[in-house]
Design a protein around this ligand. Structure first.
Ligand code: ADP
Ligand code: MG
Length: 742
């Protein structure tokens, strides 16, 4: 097959997958697929086993069965596995693969893969390339070497990976080696989930079940097979020059700086945000996008972010499972391509103290498989009632489970960012904005619900176009904001897997949809005329909205007044990870996950244990790294300068000159060295204490270790401002943030 034909078909494949959802972007309502291969190269989606690639390789019967599973979530027929595996293998070998792997997302927060070659004996005296249905469906990695939260002991090793046919297999090429990667879930021998994907898929099922009930109640389920959540994640990241990075053990081991005085210039001038992209960075972005396109990842937006050296990438949204897999791949592509360009991509939430950190805004909505966005208001009142049913479910869910949602974004890295007046506070509330608030008010007052309309802006010059103004403004201080046709959960950290926050979001909203659907099903009966039915449904929504609208806040989430107001409203303010995680240990949480078959009690316990373990490990690694840097890099430099100063003071005295400036500098250095020394002692003794309970340890870390590290850092940063630059052993913030990117 010629390249042109292949690329054309590959592109149709992409549009099959994404086009239906694009219709929800309003202005694209009458979207028709067109060939954009010239603009995007021949390669879009060429490394995924999907759409036309499989259509050409599978029999129509097998294709049909597979599609029903991928599109509508029907049970996979195991009979088709052999044929799919053989086709996958042929495609992979044609694309240069010798190996395949089950690609999964253990509770480490990263991805894992174990490579096997297609090699097998042919039964005579030769070898063949073979890939069976059995190998496609099931793998057997060692479960006890991944975090299991005590579900498994070290001697209980067996675990399984199982093929997720709803996310297409893909080919990665690293170091010239092509590998076929098969997205899978990862469970223990006992069947309990040990990964991010299993509960996510279960939560998607729960959401579908109860969203369909709402559609049925409104009689708008015709032709709809499925409702799913959609997701678009805006990825923020920093780039630093590789040479400077290599001189910073903290960046190398922890992904963030543990020491470093402020640069005289940060983002005070707001001159980086949306500025012209430095050419070296643009070349990196172009290469990354090319890599992403081949994997069928629809990278759409790129720009400079607020902080120097900070950038963003946003894709077109997709169904949540796919978007989560794509999000993990995106982070890995950005990291790999940056190294090829002599830079390092830092995805940590707070690489630099005092400089804006990075998040991953989680744009979330609900869509039918026909591409209808259920969170997009219409102007007629009937469909707005249905829209409000979904909105009411979101408001109720966030009000009831703000604590749990907060817990999903709790980790050591995000603690450095949330509530720092650059990211939303730890108090979870919803920004409704003018448009939605207007409709909520109408609902609560029992009026007909119309949509607030936008207006036209005159820009004061005839030559300029008239601009349509949206009916609502944006609020960048809110953790959970309505953006006209979706909600944006803005508290998610930049390096986090989005699977867990979305699992919880889907589950709590499924519960509220269930609650509302049940109430509606009791008040509505077959014989009712349309207006009585609408009135009955409206009264259900009205009551629910009244009970839960206290979680809506449209003001400045950074202000101190909001903290007191939130307290009066009874909204939780869980500032740190040890404060936040207990929300996942309550009976309320256990009952919820169990009721919707998302996580059993033991699976939830295990997950929480892993979250505590991870907090403890991350903080202790950081403490050890900081101690090493203070003892072996900072202290020796300071001692050198101290001796130089002492010698100068002594020399001046010998020469009979009074030198108060030199003396006072020496005293300052000596005092700071003393503080540094005592902080190092505190860090060291904390690390030598033993504690077998991770929960107690996490509280002690927050209350004792982190303040000691802060004391050490503060002394070191003050010394950095005094010690001669040629003696200072670490690249400075100025070098890291400003050098080498243009
Ligand atoms: P912002 O102006 O908020 O920075 P961006 O364009 O950077 O916006 O990102 C917006 C994100 O929201 C994109 O990833 C986009 O695909 C996603 N998005 C838009 N509509 C939906 C939707 N209906 N469901 C999920 N995500 C959506
Ligand atoms: Mg953006």
């Amino acid at each position: 097959m010629s390249t042109t034909t292949r690329s054309h078909q590959t592109l149709e494949l992409d549009l099959d997958n994404f086009g239906r959802y694009r219709a929800m972007n309003g202005s694209n309502a009458s979207y028709t697929p067109r060939d954009v291969s010239r603009e995007f190269g021949d390669d879009y989606g060429s490394r995924i086993f999907s759409g036309n690639v499989i259509r050409r390789r599978l029999s129509p019967q097998v294709m049909d069965k597979l599609e029903r599973t991928t599109r509508f979530g029907t049970k996979l027929d195991p009979e088709i596995a052999d044929e799919v595996a053989a086709a996958m293998k042929d495609w992979a070998i044609e694309n240069g693969c010798t190996h395949y792997c089950h690609w999964f997302q253990p509770l480490t927060g990263t991805t894992a893969e174990k490579h096997d070659s297609f090699l097998n004996f042919d039964g005579h005296d030769g070898v063949i390339a073979e890939f069976t249905g059995e190998s496609l469906i099931r793998g057997e990695p060692d479960a006890s070497s991944f975090p299991t939260g005590n579900i498994r002991d070290t001697f209980e090793a067996r675990g399984y990976t199982a093929w997720d046919p709803t996310s297409p297999a893909f080919i990665t090429i690293n170091g010239g080696e092509a590998t076929l990667c098969i997205p899978t879930v990862f469970v223990s021998w006992t069947g309990e989930s040990l990964d991010q994907k299993t509960p996510l898929l279960r939560s998607i099922e729960a959401l579908n079940t109860h969203a369909m009930r709402i559609l049925r109640a409104f009689g708008s389920d015709e032709g709809v097979n499925r409702v799913t959540s959609t997701l678009g994640c805006e990825q923020e990241y920093f780039l630093v020059d590789e040479e400077a990075w290599a001189d910073r053990p903290d960046l190398m081991l922890c992904g963030r700086t543990l020491l470093g005085a402020d640069s005289p210039k940060g983002h005070q001038l707001d001159d980086h945000y949306f500025g012209s992209i430095p050419h070296r960075v643009l070349a990196f972005m172009g290469d990354s996008e090319e890599r992403l396109y081949r994997l069928g990842i629809p990278a759409k937006t790129r720009h400079n972010e607020v902080a120097p050296g900070q950038f963003e990438l946003a894709p077109l949204f997709e169904t949540t499972n796919l978007a989560c897999d794509h999000q993990m791949l995106t982070m890995s592509v950005l990291k790999k391509v940056a190294r090829e360009h002599g830079m390092v991509c830092l995805i940590h939430e707070k690489p630099f103290a005092g400089v804006n950190g990075s998040g991953k805004h989680n744009n979330w909505s609900l869509s039918t498989d026909l591409g209808r966005n259920l969170l997009s208001p219409k102007s007629e009142s009937h469909s707005n009632l249905q829209f409000l049913a979904f909105v009411t479910a979101v408001v109720r869910a966030i009000d009831l489970h703000a604590d749990m949602l907060r817990a999903t974004v709790a980790n050591a890295a995000n603690d450095l960012r949330l509530g720092a007046n650059e990211a939303p506070p730890a108090i979870i509330s919803i920004f409704a904005g003018h448009l939605l608030q207007f409709m909520i008010d109408e609902l609560v007052e029992g009026k007909t619900i119309k949509k607030a309309e936008g207006s036209v802006m005159e820009l004061g010059s005839e030559s300029l176009p008239k601009l349509e103004r949206h009916a609502g403004d944006r609020n960048r201080t809110s953790p959970f904001a309505f953006i006209g046709n979706r909600f944006e959960f803005r508290a998610v950290g930049s390096q986090a897997s989005v699977a867990w926050p979305n699992t919880v979001l889907n589950t709590i909203i499924a519960e509220s949809l269930d609650h509302i659907a049940t109430k509606m099903e009791t008040v509505v009966d077959e014989g009712m005329n349309e207006s009585d039915r609408d009135a009955a449904m409206m009264s259900v929504l009205q009551g629910t909205m009244k009970d839960h609208q206290k979680v809506v806040f449209n003001g400045d989430n950074y202000s101190d007044e909001w903290k007191s107001e939130a307290d009066r409203r009874g909204l939780p303010n869980l500032r740190t990870t040890p404060d936040a995680l207990p929300a996942l240990e309550t009976n309320k949480a256990k009952a919820l996950f169990d009721a919707y078959s998302v996580l059993s009690e033991s699976e939830l316990d295990a997950r929480v244990e892993v979250l505590y373990e991870s907090y403890v490990s991350v903080c202790e690694i950081e403490a050890r790294t900081q101690l090493m840097m203070l003892n072996t890099m900072v202290m020796p430099a300071v001692v050198r300068y101290q001796s130089e100063l002492a010698e100068s003071v002594a020399a001046a005295a010998v020469a009979g000159v009074e030198s108060p400036a030199l003396k006072s500098r020496l005293e300052e250095i000596v005092a700071l060295t003393g503080t540094l020394h005592s902080a190092c002692g505190d860090i060291d003794s904390f690390l030598n204490e033993s504690c077998s309970c991770v929960k107690d340890r996490s509280v002690a870390i927050r209350d004792t270790l982190l303040p000691a590290m802060e004391r050490g850092r503060s002394a070191s940063d003050s010394l950095e401002g005094l010690v001669p630059a040629d003696l200072w052993p670490l690249p400075s913030y100025t070098e890291l943030l400003f050098a080498g990117l243009s």
